[in-house]
Ligand binder design. Structure first.
Ligand code: HAM
Length: 417
């Protein structure tokens, strides 16, 4: 028997409705804030990710699905959506036509990660990116949007963790301070950290093994230049004005190298300590780094698999069929097909047995389909040109003319949630 590849999975009817509900809600809420959808390819040239996400990150060093195609090009299944979005922004010279761009995307991402609750090798993100402004109030506005989105879905116990990563200038001083603090004891850190120490010392703060020791190290916020400190002050003030609570997390670095200034993650009750439901931040140098103009950016991505694990049971429940058509005797089949066609044309969700079976078997199927009503057609109904509508909850029956199904359709539609 074939199985889905480890750490990938199928999403079946029953669960898919919850995904559709979350995706639909995101589209609606994000649009209110001016975000429009972009779809980029699932694979890109490998270099796009090594250059933007960073060689020293876990994603690039250990987790990418990279392959050589038949044209001997090195391609990678996208591990995240920001680099492709920025690549598209630059490639299509979007900045020439608009000074502010708000895009969102939804789709699968790929990372070769260790199998764990809430961690998959193919997972889905919904992300949003703002390109063209470095106003701190925009950071707060976008965070407000996504926190409101989580709140509206009823996700319990969310905590917004906030930090500033500074800019290229002030990070130099921080790097020196961190190097000096680590130097005497780096030999006692994990192997990854020892390597990171030489190559990109900031990544030590992202260590999953020596987490508690990281708390003792110098933090970026104490080394911010005046411009970055003021930017961070305004982000915090705008969040407070908007009534969005946050927790300062001076050692939060995020697992990608392109961040500058604001960085944030949201954790939720019910996910392991290391698992965020979403993360994001500012990346003011990325557009230029990928060959575009000097345009600042800010965004986030939500892990949909994790979000759906946290979604309350009653959200996004599947809706059953509206009507199940029951055929009593084969002579009623043609009329039943006709009625089925009419009801579907009117927009109802209608089930019909593929062949004539016992009424009992058809009723069982109607129940299983979750239908609210049965539309019954037997010899009497056909003779009289009528349809009997039975409300399955209490057995109440009404009779309707087959030639004018308007009242029947109305009754069924009124019963929808
Ligand atoms: P990220 O923190 O790497 O950021 O991923 C964002 C979210 O994707 C995580 O918080 C998590 O919920 C989900 N996620 C990541 N890896 C997995 C996995 N293996 N299985 C399930 N869920 C996962 C980014 O990707 C940035 N591009 C976000 C961003 C957008 N920054 C600026 N703009």
């Amino acid at each position: 028997m074939y199985r889905a590849v480890e750490a990938t999975r199928d999403i079946l009817p029953g669960e898919i409705e919850r995904w559709q509900f979350v995706e639909g809600t995101a589209r609606e809420i994000f649009r209110r804030y001016g975000f429009r959808e972009i779809r980029t390819p699932i694979f890109e040239f490998t270099e796009l990710f090594t250059r933007s996400v960073g060689e020293e990150t876990d994603i690039v060093a250990k987790e990418m699905y990279t392959f050589t195609d038949r044209g001997q090009r090195s391609l990678t299944l996208r591990p995240e959506g920001t680099a492709p979005t920025v690549r598209a922004y630059v490639e299509h010279k979007i900045h020439k036509n608009e000074d502010l761009t708000r895009w969102f995307y939804a789709g699968p991402m790929f990372r070769y990660e260790r199998k764990q609750r809430g961690r998959y090798r193919q997972f889905s993100q919904i992300g949003a990116e703002v390109l063209g402004t470095d106003a701190p109030e925009v950071d707060a506005e976008v965070i407000e949007m996504v926190m409101g989105f989580l709140g509206g879905l009823g996700i319990p116990g969310t905590v917004l963790h906030l930090n500033s990563m500074g800019c290229v200038q002030c990070r130099g001083g921080f790097r020196d301070a961190l190097t000096a603090a680590l130097k005497p004891s780096i030999q006692s850190y994990c192997g990854d950290c020892q390597r990171r120490f030489g190559e990109n010392v900031l990544r030590v703060l992202d260590c999953k093994v020596d987490r508690s020791r990281v708390q003792e190290l110098p933090s970026m916020v104490d080394h911010l230049c005046d411009g970055c400190a003021e930017h961070f002050r305004r982000v915090k003030a705008a969040l407070s004005d908007a009534g969005v609570p946050f927790r300062l997390e001076p050692h939060l670095v995020r697992g990608l190298d392109y961040y500058t200034r604001t960085a944030f993650e949201v954790t939720a009750e019910g996910l392991g300590a290391q698992n965020a439901v979403l993360g994001g931040g500012r990346y003011d140098g990325l557009v230029a780094q990928l060959g575009g103009p000097d345009v600042p950016g800010f965004g986030f991505a939500i892990g949909l698999d994790r979000l759906i694990m946290l979604l309350p049971e009653d959200q996004g429940a599947a809706r059953g069929d509206d009507v199940h058509v029951i055929v009593v005797g084969s002579e009623a089949m043609a009329a039943a097909r006709e009625v089925t066609r009419d009801l579907r044309r009117a927009g109802l969700w209608v089930g019909l047995a593929p062949e004539v079976r016992s009424v009992k078997a058809q009723m069982r199927r109607a129940d299983r389909s979750g239908a609210r009503f049965a539309a019954i057609l037997g010899a009497d109904e056909v003779k009289e040109g009528r349809v009997t509508l039975r409300r399955l909850a209490d057995g109440l029956e009404t009779s309707h003319g087959a030639g004018d199904l308007g009242p029947l359709i109305e009754e069924v539609l009124n019963a929808r949630d």
